[in-house]
Design a protein around this ligand. Sequence first.
Ligand code: ATP
Ligand code: MG
Ligand code: MG
Ligand code: MG
Length: 565
Amino acid sequence: MRVSQLFDPTLREVPAEAEVVSHRLMLRAGYIRKAAAGIYTHLPLGLRVLRKIEQIVREEMDAEGGQEVLLPIVQPAELWRESGRWEVYGPEMFRLRDRHEREFCLGPTHEELITELIRSEVRSYKQLPLLLYQIQNKYRDERRPRFGLMRGREFIMKDLYSFDRDEREAMVSYRKMYDAYARIFRRCGLKFRPVEADQGAIGGTGGSHEFMVLADSGEAAVVFCPKCDYAANVERAECLPRSVRTEAGGEERILVHTPGAKSIEALSTFLNLPKHRLLKALLYQGDEKVFLVLVRGDREVNEIKLNNALGGFIRLELAGPETVRRVLGAEAGFVGPVGIPDDLTVVADLEVPLLSQTVCGANKADYHYLNAVPERDFRLDKVFDLRMVEKGEACPKCGAPLEAARGIEVGQVFNLGTKYSKIMQATYLDETGEEKPCVMGCYGIGVTRTAAAAIEQNNDENGIIWPVAIAPYHCIIVPVGAKDAQVGETAEQLYWQMLGMGIEVVIDDRDERPGVKFKDADLVGYPLRVTVGSKALAQGQVELRARKTGATELVPVAEVAQKVQ
Ligand code: ATP
Ligand code: MG
Ligand code: MG
Ligand code: MG
């Protein structure tokens, strides 16, 4: 590629909204351009990086027996209604209608779709295990799209879904993916750490790990033990319930209080919401009863089908005691989660596996979720194990004080158990002819986010320092001193020689000052730079420079291609 032809519009000034370094550098170096909030165009250099990451992911998925498919982005609402997630996924889902008023969404994830495929096509244990994956756009209308590719509304994800005969086999698949993820991020040249995770809105029972790229700009807080291998997302912390995000405000709120407080009325006034938007559930923590009041600003709350016997997920916010008191009055006895600071609001995704079909009309307008009987109608016992692990606390494994770090979640592995296969009847016949639900797992990697995370970890004041494996090109040849015909000629010869050797090389053939060329090369982040200049050339040499260390050496012209390779 010739820099004179490369479509690489660099920028001097970046918009103020670009807060993190990866976002700034990707804009400045001409990797991306914004189309709308959280939606980007990937320019040639940017796309090459994504393709590199995808290829690494693909190779490692294939190595573990994964088979690539491509699932539709536009997904019918019926499938999501079946799983119960159409109602509970909330405003993060992009929804649309066709000309016949049929409802669809743009896939934020693909559990429903793939489960539908498997239930139609898999009959026998002989067809299992099955590991299917895809690499494609996902759509999530994030509340706060930001940080460029790190939190987009349209982004590229690899997701693999595993289908196994039983838990034991499912653990084999889980382990395979866990190991593959470690190889992928290692190959991408990233410093990362797998941490124990909670299971967010996807749910499931069998455990989960997140792969965190450690970087100060990371949105996730992790704790790790310096002595042993224990590491966890702070959100999860020691068998925490579902994800707990610290984020004040928002439209959804859950308040925890004891029975007898002047609950719903007070809430309704305080939040200026009609009562039917307050969904009240009787839950309990250990033996103690507590009330949860789910408040959602959007219409959907009335439509949550809590009585569909299938369970579902509700996004909850748990307010700290101070907030509860403010809302409910000082007499409200607070038995909420321990360890949550007074004024902090945390968000939790609670799984509500309902045990019976008939729960009190919670999905009708103006009905509250009353008179539900714990154990008969739902079980929420684990949910209140809320605790945030903090720096300095004793490691649950070895007792050493935990340390804290920030992390970017680049991937996550989930054991889903039979959550989706039971709801959607993805079953197979075992050796004895008995019908059993497949045991599932799902495994995601953010391709676009990984590219951004790589920059967060590898940059300096001059620009990006790509790990070689995911660099858009490996080497740039920079001829300096246009007057010397031999410079241009040698540079061209090297260029063609390297191309012939399969090296991904760029030549800066622009009529620019050396300083400009060097600056741009550093900004774009080519791992190696070969400078062809009159002085060294007179000795039959060129200068080879490593972007990462800045180290330069003079190398005979005849040897440089070999060295670059
Ligand atoms: P987060 O906690 O950051 O919102 P998530 O847990 O919702 O991410 P998953 O459902 O686990 O994300 O999706 C798998 C992977 O997809 C994530 O590990 C991440 O790398 C990527 N990903 C998720 N949301 C986004 C997004 N909005 N923009 C870019 N990548 C994303
Ligand atoms: Mg998310
Ligand atoms: Mg997450
Ligand atoms: Mg995740």
